[in-house]
Write a protein that binds this ligand. Structure first.
Ligand code: NAD
Length: 542
């Protein structure tokens, strides 16, 4: 930026559309869904601006209708992964030197493309690929991705404006260089917005990226890629490869030019990757940045002064929206004995009113879980709970995978606060309740803090300020995103920066400046206007 201190449009959160019956947006997305459902796509790899088809393919199907084929995607072999790395490094020469306003314009344009012409398509793709209801698709694929793109541009400018002091004889300038090398983005199935943000945030700051989407999200990832292309991301800057995750990852981590990983997914995968990076450390030209947001065992803890209807609603939404497949989904709840009968009644009423089925029918609140592996795992935990004397199924407990991977929203009540489903991340529509004695508030908070290896999200409900204050302190390290009298899901970019600590990740807070700093390697430039010509200082005397 040599010819002006440009300002960028002020970032505002994209308004969430209602999709109420009769609304134009509902009509448009329904028609788009139908059209996409009745056609097939063939998703190539995308390397150096080229579509590459290898013939080694996987199939894509909606989780709620798994016999229906939506299309195929192509898988990379080792040679193509290496090619993706080489072309990214080639592209870096021009991209890293491109003025920020050009980079900003591309990603702001991407945001507007999603807000307008691509909105119905990216939402319908997310409904089909990940079985999200229209509301869940809208807040993710449309609004959150738009917000990431807009706010990150603003955050980039705020960072660039952070400059050191200077004096009259020396000017200090901090240049926010991209990392030297390339960034590897690995994205999960559950958020289209995360799939777009992990490569885009690094690329916005001048980095080049090799992006590996989840096999279960390739269908909507292709729409993101089409948006990036139309918005003008130059060839080689973001390359998309699919295929064997271990082969792709091992090939990338073996490159001496690997300079950072932007990961979201499960904890054990991230820990394995971290270990591999450690093993390769002597081969790298630079210390790689390691950013990973991973699993959670997110809690709701209610005090006896809380409102039972509010607590039940927080569980109904927080545990079951998107079938509990949000990293932030409530999956363990601590309810006082005096409140449980009412919470149970309201929760059962809510569950009885949930409709389950295809997201195409917009009356459905619950749809299918992502794939057969997840379905089988959830079914086995439910079966085990049916057998275990210390567990009781209070609601739900049914499942059926004949047409789609449907698991009934399930509430387990346990007398053992260390019961398997109180500790293990299941990633599905299953919540476990532990009922505690009203007088054991502080002991219960200790239990909440110590039960799980994770620390992603958590919520406390109380009408008593002192009880709240005790909880805020006792649970200081139990969640990276902590909610008071609210459900633990639904973080909004620019409002609630998101991420957890302990086993939940590096807590680099997606949707904030903190994340963007990780993709920068500042260079300090000091320019002295009149350089000294005598080495002697006054203290040396004559
Ligand atoms: P996953 O770990 O199965 O997959 C994530 C990505 O890693 C995918 O692209 C996958 O192909 C790849 N992968 C899988 N095995 C790999 C391996 N051995 N080596 C390299 N890459 C590998 O996770 P998922 O099922 O897609 O997503 C759900 C998980 O993500 C949950 O644990 C959830 O809590 C977590 N998540 C966390 C956040 C957060 O912000 N903390 C957000 C979303 C999801």
């Amino acid at each position: 930026m040599g010819k002006g201190f440009f300002e960028v449009p002020v970032a505002v959160n994209e308004p969430v559309r209602s999709y109420a019956p009769g609304s134009p947006e509902r009509k448009e997305v329904s028609e788009t869904y139908k059209k996409m459902y009745h056609s097939t796509v063939d998703v190539p790899l995308y390397i150096n601006g080229q579509d590459i088809k290898t013939g080694d393919t996987g199939t894509m199907a909606p989780p709620h209708d798994h016999k229906h084929i939506l299309g195929t995607y192509h898988k990379a072999d080792l040679g193509l992964v290496k090619k993706a790395i080489e072309t990214a490094l080639d592209a870096r020469k021009s991209w890293a030197a491109t003025p920020w306003e050009q980079r900003a314009a591309i990603f702001l344009r991407a945001a507007e493309l999603i807000a307008g012409p691509y909105r119905a398509k990216i939402n319908a793709a997310t409904m089909l690929a990940q079985s999200k209801t229209i509301h869940q698709a809208e807040i993710d694929a449309a609004c959150e991705l738009i917000d990431f793109l807009r706010f990150n541009v603003q955050f980039m400018l705020e960072i660039y404006a952070e400059q050191p002091e200077s004096t009259s004889d020396a000017w200090n300038r901090l240049e926010y260089r991209p990392l030297e090398g390339f960034v590897y983005a690995i994205t999960p199935f559950n958020f289209t917005a995360i799939a777009g943000n992990l490569p885009a945030s690094a690329a916005l700051l001048g980095n080049v990226v090799v992006w590996k989407p989840s096999d279960s999200q390739v269908y909507s990832a292709k729409v993101i890629l089409d948006v990036f292309r139309e918005a003008g991301v130059p060839p080689g800057v973001i390359n998309m490869v699919m295929g064997d995750p271990v082969m792709i990852t091992d090939t990338i981590l073996a490159s001496p030019d690997f300079s950072g990983i932007h990961f979201t997914g499960s904890t054990h995968v991230f820990k394995d990757i971290w270990q591999k990076i450690g093993t390769n450390i002597h081969h790298y030209k630079t210390y790689p940045r390691i950013v990973g947001e991973t699993g959670g065992k997110d809690f709701i803890v209610a005090h006896h002064t809380s409102n039972p209807k509010q607590v039940a609603t927080a569980i109904a939404r927080g545990a079951f929206e998107f079938q509990g497949q949000k990293c932030s989904a409530a999956s363990r709840c601590y309810i006082p004995k005096s409140l449980w009968p009412q919470v149970e009644k309201f929760l059962k009423e809510d569950l009885a009113s949930f409709k389950m089925g295809s997201p195409e029918d917009m009356g459905n609140f619950i749809t299918a879980v992502i794939h057969e592996g997840s379905f089988n795992k959830l079914a086995s935990y439910i079966d085990q709970a049916k057998k275990d004397p210390q567990a009781e199924i209070v609601a739900g407990g049914g499942y059926d995978k004949s047409k789609g991977y449907f698991i009934e929203p399930t509430v387990i009540k346990t007398e053992d606060p260390q019961y398997a489903t109180m500790c293990t991340e299941l990633f599905g529509p299953v919540v476990t309740i532990y009922v505690y004695e009203d007088s054991h508030w502080e002991e219960t908070l200790k239990l909440v803090d110590s039960t799980s290896e994770y620390a992603l999200t958590g919520a406390v409900f109380s009408e008593d300020r002192y009880a709240l204050e005790i909880a805020v302190r006792a649970l200081e390290n139990a969640a990276g995103n902590f909610y008071i009298n609210d459900k633990p899901t639904g973080a909004v970019v620019g409002q609630q920066p998101f991420g957890g600590a302990r086993a939940s990740g590096t807590n680099d807070k997606a949707g904030s400046k903190l994340n963007l700093y990780r993709w920068l390697s500042p260079r300090m430039v000091k320019e002295t206007f009149v350089s000294p010509t005598d080495y002697r200082y006054p203290f040396l005397g004559n």
